[in-house]
Design a protein around this ligand. Structure first.
Ligand code: NCD
Length: 385
């Protein structure tokens, strides 16, 4: 059964297809208003959310389907000690598709391994947030008319910001994307992304602490919040929380058509006065999020729906893809290699789902043969023997 855990679970063609479908939904909403009649979506939110949870709800209602679920762990049996695996098995008896957000990295992957219905990762700790990435890609496409030849600046908390991690992953597969990472030294993009992904795929990137110096060259500025809830030390958060505040004054040096994006919620990183600037597109991004989630639900449920897709296989001529980079992430759980490693290394990441779910087997995959780098199959932390 198809799930979306990591954005690399989908090929570029599949993402193109979703963008095409979302645009068709925007133009012809009536055509889709009954398509999920009789279907149920379960929203399992173990962490706070406004946009993601409500946009999935709105998306399912606008497709004619129903929604069940909970919005905090305290109101589910998890508060009694139930595992993610058991909760998922139970919910899949009631729902046709599951959306899960959880504070532990790898939780959505555990859910997908324990059910026969499609699972959508709505954020697993500081790891990934692939549906926000779909909303971001649709926004970039609608604003710029292309997903290639772009210089994109990521600014803020690039260490814990899961939306940033997923968007970087997605963009590595398009041609001529230059990434500029703007963050305090303590909140840089994790090495597993820089080394395993960007350097291996020859994607150009630079790192800086100074937004003003790089803003003139950006086509897109992706602002993010400093992720308070991921800090183990409150003082560090207080020191870093206002590292970047985008104001109209700072925008003076930017291109007149630079798009300003933000996954929201904003805390203080974009001054409210910027909202009126024609370059601000973060509220359009929210709306795009609903439409792309409608497309995603249709895609994942299509096997069990009575609906004919005449545009399967559609590839947008504007998204020139470097085929060499278009590798999907294949996780292979049961190879001998993985089993042997299980006895040798354990995941030590305190944020990984294996830290709380004791019965989970620790499994690693070999990411870099030359340097013998193994990464946890749930959270991607490096495994040390
Ligand atoms: C993001 C998230 O939850 O990671 N929000 C969202 O889903 N749009 C960003 C954030 O919380 O900073």
């Amino acid at each position: 059964m198809k799930s979306l855990i990591d954005i690399l679970d989908f090929s570029v063609e599949e993402i193109d297809e979703l963008i095409y479908l979302a645009n068709d939904i925007i133009d012809n909403p009536k055509k889709y208003s009954e398509i999920c009649k009789g279907k149920k979506l379960a929203n399992l939110f173990f962490e706070p959310s406004t946009r993601t949870r409500l946009s999935f709800e709105a998306a399912m209602y606008e497709l004619g389907g129903n929604v069940i679920g909970f919005s905090e762990a305290a109101s589910s049996s998890v508060s009694k000690g139930e595992s993610v695996a058991d909760t998922t098995k139970v919910i899949s008896c009631y729902a046709d598709i599951i959306v899960i957000r959880h504070p532990k990295e790898g939780a959505a992957y555990v859910a997908a391994n324990n059910t026969s219905v499609p699972v959508i990762n709505a954020g697993d700790g500081g790891h990934c947030h692939p549906t926000q990435t779909l909303a971001d890609l649709l926004t970039i496409y609608r604003e710029k008319g292309r997903l290639k030849d772009l210089t994109i600046g990521f600014c803020g908390d690039l260490k814990y910001g899961r939306t940033v991690h997923s968007l970087i992953n997605a963009l590595t597969r398009y041609d001529n994307i230059n990434m500029v990472f703007i963050s305090p030294k303590e909140l840089k993009v994790p090495n597993y992304i820089k080394k395993d992904l960007l350097e291996n795929k020859d994607v150009s990137y630079e790192e800086t602490t100074k937004l003003e110096e790089v803003i003139p060259k950006l086509d897109i500025l992706y602002m993010t919040r400093i992720q308070k809830e991921r800090f183990l030390n409150a003082e560090d958060y207080l020191r870093l929380k206002d590292s970047y505040v985008l104001t109209l004054e700072k925008l003076n040096g930017a291109k007149s058509d630079m798009s300003i994006m933000h996954p929201l919620p904003r805390v203080n990183e974009i001054s409210v006065s910027v909202d009126k600037d024609s370059r601000a597109c973060y509220f359009k991004q929210v709306l795009n999020g609903k439409y792309i989630r409608m497309a995603l639900i249709i895609k994942l449920l299509k096997e069990s729906m009575n609906f004919n897709f005449d545009f399967i296989g559609y590839v947008d001529p504007n998204t020139m893809v470097n085929i060499m980079k278009d590798n999907k992430r294949i996780r292979n759980l049961n190879t001998e290699r993985h089993k042997r490693l299980t006895n040798l290394i354990k995941c030590n990441n305190p944020r990984c789902i294996t830290s709380t779910e004791q019965e989970l087997e620790h499994i690693f995959e070999l990411r870099d043969k030359e340097d013998e780098i193994y990464r946890c199959i749930y959270c991607e932390a490096k495994g040390n023997r």
